[in-house]
Design a protein around this ligand. Structure first.
Ligand code: GDP
Ligand code: MG
Length: 310
């Protein structure tokens, strides 16, 4: 199955429910030619909230609907346009991320996020994309908190035929030192893009957050522009909790982009809209599975259509 069919398959049931409830809301508000526009907007707001859109955003979207739409289908068409326009500014191309840094190579991408949200898997997928573009990626195993952390990244590296720094061949357990060593290794060996994995730190754990800050500090000592990108992985299936995670990590790291993972397992797609509306951060990619090919850049139009089950 292609990336888009996986996304559509996941969102189909809730998209169908959403279409159904919009139809019901329309019929209820307009029955007996008693056109009750405010009632329709209120019901539509509730329909969107049921699809996991945060209440303020749901209200904002519903209120933008032009008065006098002919039927529920026309209302849905309009909603698709409104929402697509709202989130299009956050659509980012993977080509902007997986790109050489001719002036000052290698480019450094640091991945942060809560345990289990998909950091390691996503880094492997991104490194695979870099390799497919004939770049020379290096994976850096900065997750020394768990013993299995580095081994997981190393086994991805072996599987994909990509170089990996850290893990068993390193004596250090200090992630900042591993990141520093990995960067120098990349410089010496002509890697043009490096992906730094980090531990699955609970955002409430101050020691781990301090460790993350240290990685950034050490990189900035090498070159203040590093890391060029600091991405956070958010697990779509955790719902509104994902929003809180961005706030926490932003306090310690210069997050400039998001990857939303596990879209294949999400019951409702509204969480994506809520994350974008709340944080105004570029969304680089969506993950739709555990295999290397299960990632693609975010396309606002495709996503919103899938959100409505189309
Ligand atoms: P980390 O702790 O943040 O590094 O998370 P991992 O990369 O180890 O991922 C945790 C689990 O989620 C693993 O079993 C992954 O295979 C799985 N996973 C990661 N991304 C996706 C995705 O997009 N879809 C699905 N279904 N599983 C995923
Ligand atoms: Mg990991």
């Amino acid at each position: 199955m292609s990336f888009l069919s996986k996304l559509k398959t996941a969102l189909k049931p809730s998209g169908g429910d959403l279409q159904q409830s919009i139809a019901t809301s329309f019929a209820a508000a307009f029955k007996k030619s008693n056109k009750n526009w405010p009632a329709f907007v209120a019901a539509l707001t509730d329909d969107l909230i049921m699809a996991d859109v945060t209440p303020s955003l749901a209200k904002n979207i519903a209120e933008q609907l032009p008065r006098g739409v002919a039927d529920a289908t026309a209302a849905t068409d309009e909603l698709i346009n409104i929402i697509t326009k709202t989130i299009a500014p956050f659509e980012k191309k993977l080509d902007d991320l997986i790109a050489p840094q001719p002036a000052n190579p290698p480019r450094v991408i640091l991945m942060v996020g809560v345990n289990g949200t998909g950091k390691t898997t996503t880094l492997a997928k991104l490194a695979g994309l870099a390799r497919d573009k004939n770049m020379s990626p290096l994976l850096i195993a900065g997750d020394s908190f768990r013993a299995a952390g580095a081994t997981q990244l190393e086994s991805w590296a072996t599987k994909l035929g990509i170089a990996c720094w850290g893990g068993a061949q390193q004596n250090s357990t200090d992630p900042a030192a591993i990141a520093h060593g990995g960067y120098n290794h990349a410089l010496a060996h002509g890697h043009d893009i490096v992906f730094i994995d980090t531990a699955g730190r609970l955002h409430t754990n101050n020691n781990l957050m301090a460790e993350l800050e240290k990685i950034v500090r050490v990189l900035k000592k090498i070159n203040p522009d590093l890391p060029q990108d600091c991405l956070i992985t958010l697990d779509a299936t955790t719902g509104q909790n994902a929003a809180v995670q961005v706030e926490m990590f932003k306090k310690f790291t210069p997050i400039n982009g998001i990857v939303i993972t596990k879209m294949d397992g999400v019951a409702k797609g509204g969480i994506v809209l809520s994350i974008l509306a709340q944080h105004h951060l570029p969304l680089y990619a969506l993950g739709v599975g555990e295999q290397p090919a299960d990632i693609d850049q975010f396309n606002a139009g495709d996503f919103v259509k899938s959100f409505f089950g189309r």
